[in-house]
Design a protein around this ligand. Structure first.
Ligand SMILES: Cc1cc2nc3c(=O)[nH]c(=O)nc-3n(C[C@H](O)[C@H](O)[C@H](O)COP(=O)(O)OP(=O)(O)OC[C@H]3O[C@@H](n4cnc5c(N)ncnc54)[C@H](O)[C@@H]3O)c2cc1C
Length: 415
């Protein structure tokens, strides 16, 4: 269920393992919802969860600001958001943030190596760049906090290098205009970037060559079950039968899962992106950049620059709002002035399937033939290949390469 980057990667590894696979999606092609115009980063370095000790105070400071990097619309009548926010707050302790970094890194680093292997095996091209990711900071306090988190990630096996502003400019010369404002930077040389949509479409084509069937333009209305097991999907194209089912519906997973008593704490975190054609090569970055203070990332995709980020928890709505679009484009223009025509940028929003602890939900459910591959939040492109491979291993009865403790739905208590 679902032909986003996560669903298609799952189909790929299942087909490789010898299974007969069908993918169902309501869109006319693969990767057309949240996987469409995301930030493009393959970024284990982004493993620090939103829920960390500094977030509650920041969220309070940002209250009422339409251009804030992170907005909770608590005033709405939305019990799902309130329940999700309560769990989010419980994850804002230092100990839980450390635990969640460990869980995220485990799967993100594995996934990056699966992506590399897949690239080698298939020769797939998706405007990828393997130049690393550079985090930049203007505020010395934010920088000090980031250096501490980075030390933890280094201890957990991710190489991260602390850099001065001059060293940051040497890594990415397009930062020249803002160098005087920088407090410092952190470089992750092994991280990558690329177009998730292009990757998903091309991987879907490779899946089709291996015999995977795609049912596009097909809405899944319900799960059919009998004697405690799923038997099929009730869809706009009729009933589809199978032995095992993987739910990879991103932000829409909880609605269907609820039908069989599986409650998933996934809430949509709306993000924005702007994509512009690069006008001046020397002013647009080639190395992927993260500006944590504004919750924005930048990736060079061929001759385009993708600027993406910010988060708004306001239900399942993907409207563009003027204030947030202005803020996003304004931040991009301030960091990379003259990179291209920002006024002509293509604007987009997508709904990240966010869990309160920023860790995805993988593996088994109490329904023996229903499996989950969802809740990847800010890192679905980063974790897509690894999660797909893990699911294929579980369904094939092989032990996955990664320790799955803390990655399943059991961490949220009783279903
Ligand atoms: C602004 C922004 C920037 C981001 N930047 C990055 C980044 O730099 N790096 C990174 O790793 N991640 C990033 N992400 C996160 C990443 O895009 C998501 O985690 C990822 O796309 C989730 O993939 P998915 O396959 O789970 O969901 P989706 O891509 O949303 O796929 C789910 C699919 O299910 C289908 N579907 C849903 N309900 C039904 C139904 N009832 N019937 C039939 N089909 C259905 C949908 O059509 C969709 O195709 C970003 C997200 C946003 C919004």
């Amino acid at each position: 269920m679902g032909a986003g980057v996560v669903g298609v990667a799952t189909a790929w590894y299942l087909a490789k393992a010898g299974h007969q696979v069908a993918v169902v999606d309501r869109q006319p092609g693969a990767g057309l919802e949240t996987s469409f115009a995301n930030g493009g980063q393959v970024s284990p370095c982004h493993a620090e969860p939103w829920a960390n000790p500094s977030t509650p105070l920041k969220a309070l400071k940002w209250l009422g600001r339409e251009d804030a990097p992170l907005i909770f619309r608590w005033r709405r009548w939305d019990p799902l958001l309130w329940a999700w926010s309560a769990r989010f707050l419980l994850n804002c302790t230092a100990a839980r943030a450390r635990r969640n970094i460990d869980r995220t890194l485990r799967i993100a680093v594995y996934s990056r190596s699966c992506l590399r292997q897949l690239r080698q095996e298939t020769g797939i091209e998706y405007d990828q760049k393997t130049l690393g990711i550079l985090h930049v900071y203007r505020d010395p306090r934010e920088y000090a906090h980031a250096v501490a988190a980075s030390e933890l990630m280094s201890k957990l096996g991710l190489e991260r290098l602390v850099k001065t502003p001059a060293e940051a400019e040497a890594i990415e010369p397009a930062l020249a205009a803002v160098r005087p404002q920088l407090a410092g930077a952190i470089f992750t040389p092994d991280d990558e970037s690329g177009d998730a949509h292009l990757f998903t479409q091309r991987l879907a084509a490779l899946c089709a060559e291996r015999g995977v069937t795609f049912h596009y333009d097909t809405q899944i209305h319900g799960l059919e079950w009998d004697a405690g097991r799923l038997t099929g999907l009730a869809t706009s194209g009729g009933s589809l039968k199978a032995d095992a089912f993987v739910m990879a519906l991103g932000s829409w997973s909880p609605r269907l899962a609820r039908q069989v008593g599986v409650s998933l704490p996934i809430y949509p975190a709306k993000g924005y992106s702007a994509t512009l054609v690069v006008g001046d090569d020397s002013r647009a970055p080639s190395v992927s950049i993260t500006d944590d203070e504004h919750k924005m990332v930048y990736s060079r995709l061929g001759n385009r620059l993708r600027c993406a980020g910010t988060a708004e928890l306001a239900g399942w709505n993907s409207e563009l709002t003027a204030a947030r679009t202005r803020a996003l484009v304004g931040h991009a223009q301030a960091l990379f002035p003259g990179a291209g025509d920002y006024a002509a940028a293509e604007l987009w929003t997508g709904l990240r399937p966010a869990t309160p602890d920023s860790v995805p939900i993988l593996g088994r459910t109490p329904v023996p033939n229903l499996f989950l591959n969802t809740g990847h939040g800010t890192l679905g492109w980063t974790m897509g290949c690894g999660s797909g491979r893990i699911l294929a291993d579980i369904i094939s009865g092989r032990p996955p390469d990664v320790d799955l403790s803390g990655l399943g739905m059991d961490r949220f208590g009783r279903p």
